[in-house]
Design a protein around this ligand. Sequence first.
Ligand code: AMP
Length: 290
Amino acid sequence: MSVEAIEDLDGLRTFLGPARSKGRVIGLVPTMGALHGGHGALIERARADCDRVIVSIYVNPTQFGTGEDLARYPRRLEDDLAFCEFRGVDAVFAPTDAVMYPDALHTWVEPGVEAQGLCGESRPGHFRAVATIVLKLIHAVGPSRAYFGEKDLQQLAVVRRMVADFNVPVEIVECPTHREPDGLAASSRNGYLDSGEREAARVLYRALRAARQRIADGGRDPNEALGAARAVIASEPMARIDYIEVVGPEDMQPVPRIQGTVRVAGAVWIGGTRLIDNVRCEAPREAQPT
Ligand code: AMP
C-alpha cells in the first residue's frame, strides 16, 4: 500500500478518523523534510511503538530569521514520500503555508529559560516559532506520541517543557542522535557542504568528544572541558565557533561546575553552513571522604 500524502486538516481528520475511533495508537514524527537516516531512526522507533505513523513535512517559515536559509532549504517531497513508503509510514502530512497560517497568528507560545542561550541567542525568535508550530502540528494530528531527536537538544527541551506546562496529552519520545560513519550528525543541512567542507565538518563531533573525555577523566570545571573542545575546533581552519557550552540537561543553562549528567552543545559555521551537535556526559562520582 502506498503512503498517503495529505495536505490539509480535513484530509487528516478523514484519514485518522477510523484509527482514532478504534483507539489505535497514533505516532507523529514532525520534520522539515529532505529526509535522512536521522529521520529514519525516528520513524523506525515510531513504527515499533505505534499502530499508525504520521510524518509531517513542513518547512515552517516563521522559525527562520532574516538572512537564514529558508529560501534554499532543501525541498524534495517526491523523494521524501518514497522514503516514508519504504519505512512503512501510514501518511505524510505536508501542509501548505495557507493551511498552517490561514491568517497571521495573534497567539504564540513563548518558551521560557530553555530557549535562552545556545541557538536561542544566535537565532532570536526561533524557538517561539518552533514551539508554536509543534503545538499546531500536535493539535492537527492528535497523536499519543511524538518523536524528536536529541540532535536538536534545545528544541527538545523547549517542546518537553511546553507539553508539561500546557498539559498537552502527548508523550514526547526522545531519540538518540543518528550519525554518519565518521561521526557527523545526520542533518538536512549537510547537503550544503562541498567535499572539503564535509571533511572539515567532522571537527564538531571530535571537539565534543574531547570535552566529554575531559569530563570522564574527572574534570569538574566547564571551562577546562570547553577549552579542550575549542582547541580541536581551532585546529580546523574552515570552522568558526558560533557557541560551545556545558549545560544542564533540562534547562539548557550553563553549569558553574560539572556534576551528574550534563550536555556539551556546540554550533559551528563551516563556510556558509551552520551545524549543531551535542553529547551527553556523565561526571564520575566524586570520591567520598573516608
Ligand atoms: P528537521 O527535519 O531537521 O527539523 O528534524 C526533524 C526531527 O528529526 C527533529 O526532531 C530532529 O531532532 C530529528 N533529527 C534530525 N536529525 C537527526 C539526527 N541526526 N538524529 C536524530 N534525530 C534527528
